[in-house]
Write a protein that binds this ligand. Structure first.
Ligand code: MOS
Length: 667
């Protein structure tokens, strides 16, 4: 209804507008910044840059340590900011800021033989980079059938509907309030406070409504810090709203990957070896090591398993979180390779996965709290009429159109983080739930209302949920599909205590959550895709996508379906459209807007069905729920790519599968 107030929309008296200046080189040193002209322009209040660096904490995160260094780390980096009375005046003056560079020779190209590749100590968030169990070479040598395949995924960008923005206000006691587009008010408060060298109590972050994030708002981005220091320097409130193009530069992106997968299987289709090696990039500023190959430690039983990550630090912005970081690109490669193995040995791809189901985590040996991958595959195969499918590829043609179907598995961890919550009986006999959770468009208020009402045994309309404010009880981000499980656990405990106490309940789940590590907790799923490939135009249509998920107890059917379908839609974009090109010549990215970075629009999405199995798992958390925000995107691209193979008889191993790549095939 347009009633939700987003960060940039809070009416703030006397607010000034900030517009950033971005680096035009990808590497080098700033020799001089001339803002004389900018300062004379209408409405200009201040210009900040490394000429007059703001005071920040010495240990600030390098992406957030604005103007502390004269070195340029990537093209598009924020190198100055203009504050003016209006947005237009700030923007005009930012254009007049002259930055002189001593440019260096940049390197922005990831390759699997880059001399700078190294093994990071850990991959996100804290997994070992490499693991090895059994003898992979022996397993491959003994295999009846083996595949050795390399896939690539491009740079991908989150495009939430709400662009990133922050409004910063300092009060007379030196307390900072930031209206921030963030996935976590508590985390954003802590990060901003640490960056500015302030105690956390002096910062408050409010993010009552957030228009999507997908990870791009999962960590504090530079503009939020910039709004705070600009407001401090200007002595008045400052709003900084990024443009869509600026978002591509400073709000993170999914690292491109090069992934080599080697699989061996015996004559029965049982894996004898699995190797998954991922090559990816980070910036010179911060090591961000995506956990791309970690999925191979979860998926299939095998006597020999090796996973590895190699990283190279390039003159690029630091990659960041994007829906199912790690699992999403990793499962694209692993599930495409499983499909290749199935065809190579003439086995049905559903059956191959069923045969290799694991009864404990293949890597660490931890028991699964619950694992219903096989049930998802069977249910999906049934609903998709999989047994009527002709297994041979490249055979079904109607005029210009080739038809095919494909399958891939999905998985995502089902963890939770410690959270606090307070439940209070109000004077009018209703119930107030307070938790610094964030609703990024997922319906967190609705889910938490349901959870509280169920625990209290009252009608949902008697429960009022307050969230999106760091002054509320501390809570983790809406991320890693952990929001509902984390906040919900605290809400249940707070409500239980309220029931016992009669007036108020306070919860902190730190201890409860610490015990979770005893089981392997993952959601699973199976995705089925039907494609039509036009042999003349090269376009790929997806008439039908079906996802079957086993994600514990589903708290709210409508919200869950929306998350699954949204994830699958984003996976369709990854398969067929989304790609940010790196500008090899000048550094930075090409395609920095929605005219060129294509995401699926309604006409691209035909029939998407998401269903789930009712999974009973009492060991997870009081709701018995697993996260659902990310698993929907995991495996979708592989299912579509596998269907394109089935349709055409050709394997395209480099996403996205665009018309030029189809037209390069010979049918
Ligand atoms: Mo999500 S990438 O964990 O915000």
């Amino acid at each position: 209804m347009g009633l939700a107030t987003y960060a940039a929309e809070y009416p703030v008296e006397g607010v000034a507008h900030a517009y950033p200046v971005q680096s035009r080189v990808a590497k080098g040193r700033i020799a001089r910044i001339d803002c004389d002209e900018a300062l004379t322009m209408p409405g200009v209040v201040i210009v900040l840059s490394s000429e007059n660096p703001p005071e920040l904490a010495k240990d600030a995160d390098a992406e957030l340590a604005l103007f502390q260094s004269r070195e340029v780390a990537y093209r598009g980096q924020l190198v100055a900011v203009v504050v003016a009375d209006t947005y237009e005046n700030a923007r005009a003056a930012a254009d007049a800021v002259r930055v002189e560079y001593e440019p260096g020779n940049h390197d922005v190209s990831l390759s699997a033989d880059h001399p700078g590749l190294y093994q990071p100590e850990v991959v996100n968030p804290d997994y070992p980079s490499d693991t090895e169990k059994g003898d992979v070479e022996a397993g491959l040598a003994a295999a009846a059938t083996a595949v050795d395949v390399t896939y690539t995924t491009p740079v991908l960008h989150n495009n939430p509907m709400e662009p990133h923005a922050a409004v910063a206000l300092w009060d007379t006691e030196g307390r900072l309030l930031v209206y921030d587009a963030t996935q976590g008010a508590t985390l954003s408060r802590d990060t901003i406070a640490r960056t500015l060298g302030l105690p956390a109590e002096r910062v408050r972050v409010v993010s009552r409504h957030v228009g999507g994030g997908f990870g791009s708002k999962g960590t504090t981005r530079p503009h939020s810090v910039l709004a705070a220091i600009a407001a401090r320097a200007a002595g008045r409130p400052v709003k900084l709203a990024l443009t869509r193009q600026q978002m591509f530069d400073v709000t993170g992106y999914r690292t491109p990957t090069i992934q080599r997968v080697r699989l061996g299987a015996d004559t029965e289709g049982r894996l004898t070896a699995l190797e998954h090696v991922a090559y990816e990039q980070s910036s010179t500023l911060v090591e961000f090591a995506e956990q791309t190959a970690v999925v191979a430690r979860v998926m299939y039983a095998t006597p020999a398993l090796r996973t590895a990550h190699r990283l190279v630090r390039l003159d690029v912005a630091t990659p960041s979180w994007m829906r199912a970081p790690g699992e999403c690109p990793g499962m694209y490669a692993l599930e495409s390779a499983m499909d290749e193995l199935a065809y190579a040995m003439g086995m049905d791809p559903v059956e191959l996965r069923v045969r290799n189901d694991a009864d404990a985590e293949p890597d660490g040996g931890l028991p699964f709290s619950s694992r219903n991958l096989v049930a998802c595959l069977r249910e999906g195969a049934h609903r998709f009429d999989w047994d009527r499918r002709d297994p041979a590829p490249g055979l079904r043609r109607e005029g210009e159109w080739l038809a095919g179907t494909g399958v891939a598995a999905s998985t995502y961890p089902a963890r939770r983080r410690p959270s606090k919550a307070v439940a209070t009986l109000t004077d009018d006999g209703d119930f107030l739930i307070q938790v610094a959770a964030t609703d990024i468009g997922t319906g967190a208020r609705t889910a938490l209302t349901r959870i509280a009402a169920a625990t209290l045994g009252v009608a949902p309309d008697r429960v009022h949920v307050e969230l999106g404010d760091s002054d509320l009880p501390e809570a983790p981000v809406a991320g890693s599909s952990m929001g509902t499980a984390s906040w919900g656990s605290a809400v249940v405990r707070a409500c239980e205590e309220l029931k016992a106490d009669g007036k108020e309940g306070r919860a902190d789940t730190t201890e409860e959550v610490a015990a979770d590590a005893r089981t392997a907790r993952h959601a699973f799923g199976a995705q089925f895709a039907e494609v039509r490939v036009n042999a003349v135009t090269g376009e790929v249509r997806v008439p039908r996508l079906l996802g079957v998920f086993a994600a514990g107890h589903i708290v709210d059917a409508r919200l869950a379906r929306s998350q699954f379908v949204g994830g699958m839609t984003m996976g369709l974009g990854m398969a067929l459209m989304e790609e940010t090109l790196t500008d090899e010549e000048f550094g930075g990215f090409l395609r920095r807007d929605l005219a060129q970075y294509h995401v699926p629009a309604c006409a691209d999405v035909e029939r998407i069905e998401a269903v789930w199995l009712d999974e009973q798992d009492d060991g997870l958390n009081p709701m018995g729920s697993k996260g659902i925000g990310e698993i929907g995107i995991v495996g979708t691209a592989a299912a579509i790519g596998n269907a394109v193979y089935h349709a055409t008889g050709h394997r395209i191993r480099h996403l996205p599968i665009t018309p030029p790549k189809i037209l390069a095939l010979r049918f």
